[in-house]
Write a protein that binds this ligand. Structure first.
Ligand SMILES: [Cu+2]
Length: 150
């Protein structure tokens, strides 16, 4: 679907900043130090650490985030707290109906582009896989929403 200026939605929003998050288990990633402890689930190769900020955004800014399920087998429902988002595209195809969501299913191999407006709430929150087993195994990240300075 082309927009009125001839660009696709992806092209228009590609100029916005935004996080790229790859959701993947350690078996399909490469975390040899995780062996022997069962499955470890990661975002961008990192397990959840409660006092480590994974992603920083600025209050008042909209971003496009790319959420990739790099796992060949597991569904990962992606949940972002506090700020709702719209799915802009799936696997490069514009989403026909845009709705406000706080959680969206990302199937194995899928790439979803989400648009998030960080309008109202500065501070710290999280995003995570909404499969609670996956969340507990590390598939969660800390998001810091910073007020603009100066
Ligand atoms: Cu998951």
């Amino acid at each position: 679907m082309k927009l009125h200026n001839g660009n696709t939605a992806d092209q228009v929003f590609a100029g916005l900043g935004g996080a790229n998050l790859v959701l993947k288990d350690f078996a399909s990633g490469s975390r040899p130090e995780a062996d022997g402890m069962g499955m470890v689930l990661l975002i961008n190769g990192q397990p959840f650490v409660h006092d480590h900020v994974n992603t920083r955004v600025t209050l008042g800014v909209s971003e496009d985030w790319l959420i990739v399920n790099g796992d060949p087998r597991l569904d990962h429902p992606f949940k972002l707290h506090v700020n709702s988002f719209q799915v802009i595209s799936r696997n490069g195809h514009p989403e026909p109906q845009r709705q406000w969501k706080d959680t969206v299913l990302v199937r194995p191999g899928e790439e979803l582009r989400l648009r998030v407006a960080f309008r109202d709430f500065p501070g710290r929150t999280v995003y995570h896989c909404h499969n609670l087993d996956h969340q507990d195994l590390g598939m969660m990240g800390v998001l810091q929403i910073e007020e603009r300075t100066g």
